[in-house]
Design a protein around this ligand. Structure first.
Ligand SMILES: O=P(O)(O)OC[C@H]1O[C@](O)(COP(=O)(O)O)[C@@H](O)[C@@H]1O
Ligand SMILES: [Mg+2]
Ligand SMILES: [Mg+2]
Length: 322
């Protein structure tokens, strides 16, 4: 039974990074307790506000955002933060060595139905100079660490610092994160895919053909049947991919021409890509490796195709032809 603290120490990580990860885990612990409280903790329901992206905020979006912001701002190691729920980046401590991007609550539409939600973190090195948007414009390959905390039947934390992906489970008796898998491995092959099928008519030709061939099953060109899952929370879908493989995608679509992509690069796509790649999977936009993208905006959105390596490759072949 290795506690998170012991496991980080064993990995030989820089002390600063160990301390920062423990702060992220603390945020997860506190949000987990609120989620468990549900209606009794007053965290369900809609707030009367919209975030910078014009999305209606849930109460827990705001509560989780404020909790993380306050906790990280109080940590001397954190120089600046960027959140889905904050229009601008926020400066924290001048001498801090890390920038933290986060989605305080992923899967907001699941809160009120008591389904999966989580928190996603991406940690970047802070350079010299001021904390402004420019300081955050580093590709996913620069991440010092990525993690998510999933508030499911069990609260679990997936973590990578570039030495594989580890999974921890929150012990409800001691409130410690305990290592449960020191080398998460995404199988290269899969028979499972995840996509919001209701957007089918808005997809590009490559995704139309790929999904049509999966659905054709045994009688189609793939010669075998595929099953479909959709949790409506990337954190839940990626957790399934890390647990038993699969392909998860949120592709480009023309549903809203002003918003061709759904998922955010800095605090959704990049951290999940890092976790999946470190577990042996792949993460691409269809045309390039997600972690190689040079960001241009803190709230930038991208197409995401990630998961089992051979299945991501199969999907990329359709993109190469279209
Ligand atoms: O409404 P849809 O198409 O099911 O979208 C689901 C997607 O939206 C997201 O919930 C966006 O995250 P937020 O809840 O943080 O806005 C993803 O996690 C998920 O994959
Ligand atoms: Mg999200
Ligand atoms: Mg969110």
């Amino acid at each position: 039974m290795l506690r998170l603290e012991q496991s980080l120490n064993q990995q030989g990580l820089a002390t600063d990074l160990q301390h920062l990860i423990l702060s992220l885990a603390d945020c997860g612990r506190e949000i987990s307790a609120l989620v468990r409280g549900g209606a009794l903790a007053g965290v369900l329901g809609v707030a009367d506000t919209e975030n910078v992206q014009g999305e209606t905020q849930k109460k827990l979006d705001i509560i989780a955002n404020d909790l993380i912001k306050d906790k990280l701002a109080a940590n001397a190691l954190v120089k600046g933060i960027a959140s889905e729920e904050e229009e601008e980046v926020v400066a924290a401590n001048t001498d801090g060595s890390y920038l933290v991007c986060f989605d305080p609550l992923d899967g907001s539409s699941n809160i009120d139905i008591n389904s999966l939600v989580g928190t996603i973190f991406s940690v970047l090195p802070a350079g010299e100079g001021e904390v402004n948007q420019h300081a955050f414009m580093q590709p996913g390959t620069a991440q010092s660490c990525a993690c998510y905390i999933l508030y499911g039947p069990a609260t679990v934390m997936a973590l990578t610092t570039g030495q594989g992906t580890q999974m921890y489970s929150l012990d409800p008796k001691t409130n410690d994160f305990i290592l449960v898998d020191d080398a998460v491995t995404v199988p290269a092959d899969t028979g499972e895919f995840a996509i919001n099928m209701s957007n089918q008519r808005f997809w590009q030709p490559a995704m139309q053909s790929y999904i049509a061939d999966l659905i054709a099953g045994k009688e189609g060109p793939r010669g075998r049947n595929f099953n479909m899952r959709w949790i409506a929370a990337m954190v839940g879908d990626v957790h399934r991919v890390l647990s038993r493989g699969g392909l998860f995608t949120y592709p480009q679509d023309t549903k809203n021409p002003e918003k061709p992509f759904k998922l955010r690069l800095m605090y959704e796509a990049n951290p999940m890509a890092f976790l999946v790649e470190q577990a042996g999977g792949k993460a691409s936009t269809g045309y390039e490796r997600i972690m190689a993208i040079q960001p241009e905006h803190i709230h930038q959105r991208v197409a995401v195709i990630l998961g089992s390596a051979n299945e991501v490759d199969a999907c990329l072949e359709y993109h190469a032809q279209n």
